[in-house]
Structures are given as structure tokens and as C-alpha cells.
Design a protein around this ligand. Sequence first.
Ligand code: GDP
Ligand code: MG
Length: 192
Amino acid sequence: RDSCVSDSSDSVISSGSDSDSQIYKVVLLGEHGVGKSTLARIFGGVEDTHDYEDAGNTYDRSIVVDGEEANILLYDIWEQDNSQWLKDQCMRLGDAYIIVYSVTDKSSFEKASELRIQLRRARQSENIPIILVGNKTDLVRSREVSVDEGSACAVVFDCKFIETSASLHHNVRTLFEGIVRQIRLRRDSKED
Ligand code: GDP
Ligand code: MG
């Protein structure tokens, strides 16, 4: 199916497609500049737009993972405005989360930990899939966070971990396949 981009995510939030369990809502979190929108645009298939209005977008796309189609609604709205309301919505609406930091920016890594803690607080009893993503691995010389630090953090926070380079498209597909697999694992264990 074709990807589509909508620039008004408010309507998407309020329409609430909870009854349709086949649509998975995935929310991107992370500090400004770590590459969330770049990853989202690659997922949405619209990466070559340079002067993109980046206020906040939602990408609707289906991908086939392990022979089964999955419909993903990817929310890149974390930085759409600074309201607490939006942050609360983001923490509540996801079926799964992608927390991004830049391997070239230690403070974004620390922010990722903070976000993980906030998420745990907001969704205490739920076992939500989370993938911690260290992006910008192509910037080898400016790396500030090692692979080991990233994966150790993921172990502590009980989530999956992957390093990506959105610029090189490295591991981006694997990331989104991974989130689908994580969601299915949770879903299947609930059905038992
Ligand atoms: P956001 O604020 O988290 O949405 O980050 P953006 O996606 O807007 O990216 C911020 C800047 O980092 C942009 O100039 C991107 O081109 C750049 N960027 C994103 N991903 C990568 C990457 O993997 N490698 C490099 N070198 N730059 C990246
Ligand atoms: Mg952005």
C-alpha cells in the first residue's frame, strides 16, 4: 500500500482506532536533533524532501514482516509543541515506542534514559515494547556513546537496542521490523 503523510496529527490522536487491533501505533521519542524525523521519513518513504515542514507528522504504512502484514501508524509528534498535554498524549497513545538518541551526543543518551523512566511511570503495569536506538553511527569520529554503553542501558531498562544510521539507511528497516516483532511477541503472549 502507498504511504501517506498527514500534517495534522491532532485528528489522528482523537480518532482513536483502539477497536482495530491490526493497526499498531508507534511513537518516536528523543531529544531534538537526534534523527527522529529522518528515521520517520525513511519509514514513510518520503526522505528526499529537504525543506520539509517538520512540526509533526504521522506516517501510515503497512510492512510485511515474517510473511505477515502489519499496519503501522508512526507518530513523529514529540516536538510538535512544548505542551505538557502533548507529552502526556504521547506517553499514553503508543502500542510501542522508539526512543532515539544520537551516538554523537551524550546528553541525548541521558535524555533517552529519562524518557524511558517517564514512560515506565506513565504506563506502569503495561509491558510495552520499547526499542532504544543509537542513531548517527556514520559519524564515527564524533562518537560519544559506545555500543556497549547503549546495549548496557537497554539491559537495565529492559528494552531492545539497535544502532542505526539514518543517513546511510543502515539498520532502519531492521528497526521497524524489530518493533513489529516486539509488538507481536507481546500480543501472542497475551493470547495464551
Ligand atoms: P529530530 O529533531 O530528532 O527530528 O532530528 P532530525 O531528523 O531533524 O535530524 C537532525 C539532523 O541530523 C538533520 O540535519 C539530519 O539530517 C541529521 N541526521 C539524522 N540522522 C542522521 C544520521 O544517521 N547521520 C548523520 N550524519 N546525520 C543525521
Ligand atoms: Mg523532528
